[in-house]
Design a protein around this ligand. Structure first.
Ligand SMILES: C[S@@+](CC[C@H](N)C(=O)[O-])C[C@H]1O[C@@H](n2cnc3c(N)ncnc32)[C@H](O)[C@@H]1O
Length: 228
């Protein structure tokens, strides 16, 4: 008689049972793991693809936290057989004190509400990405306002996700001259009435001073694209 209790059947039974045990089911339930919208992720992918023919350029994420979006960007490049460099910048210690002080003194925020992201570690962050097999990235540890963007090279696509007014404002000013023609920057948290609406203020001031339109991406992305 044929053995119907083969490994495929056993696997199926295991999954059937696990899916019905609440403690296990809760660990693996499907959920959205990104802190930015699907439309923002799509914008970044389109930005990477549309700059391919013009020689590429660096893909940049400023403010990386645990690395969910970093993995998304690296996986997109891997799945398209691209070795384009990805540069990932964070303090890995949360917001710098002067930026938080500004939010409290000038933007009516409470420090307790905005003092987040202190738990990260660049060593664990990098280890996690290498464990997934990625090697076309560089991690820069430090304040994004002090990074030399010219040394990084022409920037094809950047996600600027540092939430508060001052780092968003200073970084936009420093970064923009090094964005390649046809390249783009996506600023997260361009939405009014949240703890992170400093990003919206900085983005709004930037587009006003450069005579550019407000381009909303998803529910909270603000985009900038450089003319070719
Ligand atoms: C909202 S999280 C980034 C989320 C990430 N982009 C993602 O999609 O998963 C904001 C990050 O910005 C970092 N950050 C805040 N101010 C910074 C600064 N001045 N320079 C560098 N990183 C900063 C914080 O440490 C934190 O990890």
């Amino acid at each position: 008689m044929k053995n119907i209790w083969n490994s495929t059947t056993k696997d199926l039974v295991k999954k059937y049972v696990a899916y019905r045990i609440p403690a296990i089911r809760d660990l693996v339930f499907p959920r959205y793991r990104y802190s930015i919208d699907p439309a923002q992720l799509a914008f970044l992918v389109n930005g990477i693809e549309s700059t391919k023919e013009t020689g590429g350029g660096v893909v940049l994420e400023i403010g990386v936290s645990w690395g969910q979006t970093s993995v998304f960007l690296l996986e997109h490049l891997r799945s398209t057989q691209s070795q384009r460099p990805v540069v990932l910048i964070d303090t890995f210690e949360g917001f710098v004190e002067s930026s938080m002080r500004y939010e409290v003194a000038h933007r009516g925020k409470k420090k307790a509400d905005i003092d987040q992201f202190r738990y990260c570690s660049p060593a664990i962050f990098e280890h996690n990405l290498r464990r997934l097999g990625y090697d076309n990235f560089e991690v820069i540890v430090g304040d994004c306002c002090e990074v030399d963007y010219e040394a990084i090279g022409p920037i094809a696509v950047a996600l600027l996700d540092v939430d508060l007014y001052l780092p968003t404002k200073y970084t936009l000013d420093k970064l923009w001259p090094h964005v390649a023609p046809g390249g783009s920057v996506l600023v997260d948290d361009c939405i009014q009435g949240t703890e992170w609406d400093g990003a919206l203020q900085a983005y709004s001031e930037f587009i006003k001073s450069h005579d550019m339109p407000f381009v909303q991406v998803g529910s909270k992305g603000g985009a900038l694209t450089k003319c070719r």
